[in-house]
Design a protein around this ligand. Structure first.
Ligand SMILES: [Zn+2]
Length: 137
C-alpha cells in the first residue's frame, strides 16, 4: 500500500514520540519490562519501515515528475522557435502539425513533401491528415 509524504511525516512523528517516551521513562528511573521494551522497539521498527517506504515512493515520484518537467520544458523550448504560415507551424523550413502542437504540445514534423500541382503535400505521421503548402516558411 503506498504511503504518501504526509502519512510518512505523521509516522516519523509517532516514532519520535516513542523514543521520547522511552527516554522519559529512563530519566524517571522507571523500570521497563523486557516485554515493554520489545513492544516499543517493534513499534518503532514498523514505523521506520513505513517511513522508509514513504521516502522511497516520494523519491520515485519526484524523479518521474522531474523527468516529465524536463520533457515539457524541452518541448516548450522547441516550440518557442516556431513561426506560423499557411496554418502550420514552421521551423527550419519544415512544417509541424498544428493539431499535435496545439493539443498535446508535441512538436511533430510533418512527413513529405509529395509534390503536386497544388504545391507541396505534407502528412502528419500521427493524425494522417494532409496539408498542402504553396511555399516554405
Ligand atoms: Zn498531428
Amino acid at each position: 500500500m503506498p504511503i504518501d509524504i504526509a502519512a510518512g511525516l505523521a509516522l516519523s512523528k509517532n516514532a519520535l514520540d516513542i523514543v521520547v517516551a522511552v527516554r522519559k521513562a529512563i530519566r524517571e528511573k522507571k523500570k521497563l519490562t523486557d516485554e515493554e521494551m520489545r513492544d516499543y522497539l517493534e513499534t518503532l521498527q514498523d514505523k521506520l519501515v513505513d517511513v522508509r517506504t514513504a521516502l522511497l515512493e516520494a523519491d520515485e515520484e519526484n524523479r518521474a515528475l522531474k523527468g516529465a518537467l524536463a520533457e515539457a520544458r524541452r518541448m516548450a523550448d522547441f516550440g518557442a522557435e516556431f513561426t506560423k504560415g499557411e496554418g502550420l507551424y514552421w521551423r527550419d523550413n519544415f512544417p509541424y502539425c498544428p493539431t499535435c502542437w496545439d493539443t498535446e504540445r508535441k512538436p511533430v514534423r510533418l512527413g513529405g513533401p509529395v509534390h503536386s500541382g497544388f504545391g507541396e503535400v505534407w502528412q502528419c505521421p500521427v493524425h494522417k491528415v494532409h496539408h498542402v503548402t504553396k511555399q516554405r516558411h
